[in-house]
Design a protein around this ligand. Structure first.
Ligand code: ARG
Length: 570
């Protein structure tokens, strides 16, 4: 139901009717359509200049001839002015056709089957064991979750993967410290904070007594060998970390289909290492085994370190083949900070050089910029760390204070404050294109005016309130009530929503949906301020209510796709 497309089809029909034997006519008419500078010249214009060569006729003649064959089309009135055909959209029909199309299956508006039969793996959030969930992991979690919903909505089969950072010598040290100075209860209670304390203690003690380093290494060796005691403690550290992370995931409404992290791939690295050897791609360099990428102007990809162990990249290579075998993905997306750009370019290139063509199109690094907080960059070492749990907690408290002030009588205020507070943070994260750095400010995120989560949610709640108030026995809608400029602008945005979703999926850019949804909310409010929705004329009211229904559903869908809930009352 894209108006531009409909007009393009009309032009195409007119061309074929007027010039049945013409050769060399343009294929993509929609791209030739223009939007005239003034409304009095129509909603769309088709310039006939490009046809004059193929038709051997002056543009004004062509325009005239085309306008003659246009026999009262129902989409638009046609006028010819010089070499242009101007189209005045039939506003009433546009409103009727679009709203009937949306109302057929409102929750599906914007969905498609583009991904039918295809599978996408999404690697996102991918937190590190024994580390607190901080602001730095917000974008990957929120972008990944949104993309998963968007791909689902476009008909893809999706596999959400939390590629846990759960391998490395630090875990040996942590276990060593736990055995020496740790306490079960303290870890259960303190979680990641207690593990960090143990880790710090390990380094302090090792300064005094370097022999402790060897003990740490020995514990890591025991993990590598699958020793029962080491594995049990390691496993328990993982559970405790995930238990805390789960609180954040629950609040954000984020879920995964797999938690297979780095440790899962350690015993699966042989396969890729052997294949690299067979293909003569491994070179020895200072005792390490590397894949040379000089031709590609990149530093070499280390596969096996000089001590014989694997690295992050090796485990990622193993993961690629495991995922390809297990899920047979068409695409595998890595929602990871821009800082890891080189890492991904290297491993993708290695797979490509191994002769796997699917690496080119199939493996994508979905990079994003940095997050700072009220003007301060996140710096773990300098101690300026913002924990996600605290951020979400504060956001809910602040939202509750605003709601207490604005709607003191609202029922289940806490629940709404949760949806608004969490929604504000997600919205802020998905407001601009990924690569742009984000500076997070409370006043901006929680403002009920302007381009914010609460503003869009509030518009949805406004729609719901009107729908509750609407009389139940309305007559058939009179779409003449929707021919005004405000309603038409809104209808146009609704008609383009499916395009926004599709483009957002193709470009892995959730912000396109944030933007489309916000524009709809803004246009609805404009319409609402200029026109009474519930008025005397029942048939007009019916049309405005139907438009309200469509808007409320499309906003709800848009918010859902970016991972934000849409409360019905605020
Ligand atoms: N755990 C890593 C980090 O926090 C991100 C892992 C991303 N995924 C991957 N397959 N490498 O930086």
């Amino acid at each position: 139901m894209d108006m531009k497309q409909r007009i393009a089809e009309l032009v195409s029909e007119m061309l074929h009717a007027a010039y049945p034997d013409a050769q060399g006519l343009p294929e993509d008419i929609a791209s030739l359509l223009e939007v005239p500078p003034e409304k009095s010249m129509g909603d769309y214009a088709f310039p006939c200049f490009k046809l004059s060569k193929a038709l051997r006729m002056g543009p004004p003649m062509i325009a005239k001839k085309l306008s003659e064959v246009a026999d009262k089309p129902d989409v638009a009135r046609v006028e010819c002015v010089g070499g242009y055909l101007n189209f005045f959209v039939n506003r009433e029909n546009f409103a009727r056709d679009l709203l009937s199309a949306i109302m057929q299956a409102p929750e599906k508006w914007g969905s498609s089957e583009e991904g039918k039969g295809k599978t996408v793996c999404l690697d996102y959030s991918s937190i590190n064991i024994a580390k607190r969930f901080h602001l730095g992991h917000l974008s990957t979690t929120v972008i990944g979750n949104a993309l998963k919903r968007i791909y689902d909505f476009q008909g893809w089969k999706t596999v959400g993967i939390n590629h846990l950072g759960d391998w490395g010598t630090q875990f040996g040290k942590m276990i060593c410290a736990y055995k020496k100075w740790g306490d079960k209860e303290a870890v259960e209670q303190g979680g990641v904070d207690e593990m960090t304390r143990l880790y710090v203690r390990f380094h302090e003690e090792a300064e005094k007594d370097p022999a402790i380093e060897d003990e740490g290494r020995a514990w890591f060796k025991r993990i590598e060998d699958g020793d029962e005691e080491a594995m049990a403690i390691f496993q328990w550290f993982k559970e405790v970390t995930l238990r805390d992370a789960m609180k954040v995931y629950d609040l954000l409404g984020v879920s995964f289909d797999s938690y297979a992290g780095e440790s899962f791939y350690v015993d699966k690295t042989d396969r890729v290492v052997n294949e690299l050897k067979e293909k003569n791609m491994l070179i020895e360099s200072d005792g390490a085994l590397i894949v040379d990428l000089e031709e590609e102007k990149m530093p070499p990809c280390i596969v096996i370190k000089s001590d014989g162990t694997t690295i992050y990249a090796t485990r990622d290579l193993a993961a690629i083949f495991y995922r390809k075998d297990t899920y047979n993905f068409d695409k595998c997306l890595y929602v990871v900070a821009y800082q890891q750009d080189l890492h991904f370019r290297q491993i993708f290139k290695v797979v490509e050089k191994m002769g796997y063509d699917w690496a080119k199109e199939g493996l994508t690094h979905v990079a994003f910029g940095m997050v700072s907080y009220e003007g301060q960059a996140m710096a773990t070492r300098k101690g300026h760390v913002v924990y996600l749990e605290d951020l979400l907690q504060r956001s809910q408290e602040k939202a509750l204070a605003i709601i207490n002030e604005k709607s003191p009588n609202l029922e289940n205020k806490e629940q709404v404050a949760k949806e608004v507070g969490v929604g504000a943070i997600i919205y802020t994260t998905l407001q601009n294109n990924r690569i742009k750095d984000i500076d997070f400010w409370w006043d901006r995120a929680l403002n009920f005016e302007g381009e914010t989560g609460p503003y869009v949610q509030y518009t949805h709640a406004r729609c719901c309130s009107l729908l509750r108030k609407a009389p139940a026995d309305l007559p058939a809608p009179d779409y003449a009530a929707l021919t005004n400029d405000e309603a038409q602008a809104l209808l146009l945005l609704l008609s383009r929503f499916p395009e926004a979703v599709s483009e957002s999926c193709q470009r892995n850019e959730p912000f396109l949906i944030t933007r489309a949804t916000t524009e709809i909310a803004k246009a609805y409010n404009k319409f609402y301020y200029e026109h009474r929705i519930l008025d005397e004329d029942q048939a007009g009211t019916a049309a405005r209510i139907q438009l309200t229904q469509a808007v409320s559903q499309v906003i709800k869908t848009g918010l859902y796709l970016i991972g934000v809930s849409a409360p019905e009352r605020m």
